[in-house]
Design a protein around this ligand. Structure first.
Ligand SMILES: [Zn+2]
Length: 314
């Protein structure tokens, strides 16, 4: 075991930026399926539940749980119930005439300083229907639709969309904070792994954190940890999933680095996964194999390799 107490350096790793792509298939159900399908016809479809009309159409009332009794074509005009402006774009809660619910959409052709609560607005349609909510581009200044007469029940409805393909793309920035920032800074520049020691139980915690999560006392000292440890548990992963860095099959392990009391989750490489049971089971000694690429994350350790000459001695 090699440990050396040090003071924290000034970290440079402040955050980690990435983009998350999440393709998925939405099954909207019958009511929303009809609502989405009808947008291409420039018709707004709500649902009747007793004496209330909900928009967009719902299969069940959120209040009473009663199923819808039928579909209603509602007027494309309504009233701004509230609004908010972010970076020059305005989102509004809009209540369409004759409906009992309001919904969120954007205002187009109306600046935030031109909007007021109670203002009348009218649907603005896309010229190129795409089969999404954006076939209804938003709501703008009221024009000719004030004379629209609701159609209850709605007639000649389009077949509902059964499935809608979406890809959600999120720009994501994870702020490391002082403790993770210091750890990843050391990993990136010096291949140096550092934990913190609890002021009460004296256990060394990795990744470092402000408080011990066993006794809740503050952690005060930084401790250098050698990237050598003992496998506590391991498993062979055969299933593929989003975000995997390694193609299955591979060995996944919980590793306790010497001198620490926490488990580090990483992979064990340099062996046939079929040998994992005999070579990379609990008690096996492992050391880090560092990547040539330095990104400032625990992925800078490519994997842990079994130290053969220590096998079975721990
Ligand atoms: Zn403690």
């Amino acid at each position: 075991m090699t440990m050396q107490e040090t003071r924290p350096g000034a970290e440079t790793m402040e955050s980690f930026a990435t983009q998350i792509h999440m393709p998925y298939t939405l099954t909207p159900g019958q009511a929303v399926g009809v609502f989405l399908a009808e947008l291409a016809q420039r018709r707004l479809i709500g649902s009747r539940h007793g004496d209330r009309v909900l928009f967009p159409a719902q299969d069940f009332s959120g209040e009473s749980g009663e199923p819808g009794e039928g579909f209603v074509e509602v007027p494309p005009v309504g009233t701004v119930a509230s609004f908010t402006t972010v970076e020059g774009r305005t989102l509004a809660l809009i209540q369409l005439d004759g409906t009992a619910s309001s919904f969120v959409h954007r205002l187009v052709g109306l600046g935030g300083d031109e909007v007021e609560i109670g203002q009348r607005v009218e649907a603005v349609w896309s010229d190129r229907p795409s089969g999404t909510i954006l076939d209804l581009l938003g709501f703008g200044p009221v024009g000719t639709a004030e004379t629209f007469v609701p159609r209850d029940p709605a007639e000649d409805l389009a077949a509902p969309f059964e499935q809608v393909e979406y890809t959600m793309t999120l720009d994501f920035e994870h702020s490391y904070g002082h403790y993770y920032g210091s750890l990843f800074d050391g990993v990136k520049h010096d291949r140096r792994v550092r934990g913190v020691k609890c002021s009460s139980c004296r256990k060394v915690l990795l990744p470092p954190r402000e408080r011990c999560d066993v006794c809740f006392a503050p952690t005060l000292e930084w401790v250098d940890v050698e990237a050598v440890g003992t496998i506590q548990a391991s498993s062979v992963v055969h299933v593929e999933f989003v975000g995997q860095r390694v193609k299955p099959p591979y060995v996944y392990a919980e590793i306790v680095l010497d001198g620490t009391s926490t488990r580090l989750i990483h992979t064990v490489g340099g062996l046939d996964p079929h040998e994992a049971r005999t070579k990379a089971g609990p008690g096996a000694r492992v050391r880090a194999v560092w990547s040539e690429r330095r990104t400032g994350s625990l992925a800078d350790i490519d994997y842990f390799e079994v130290i053969d000459d220590e096998l079975g001695q721990s």
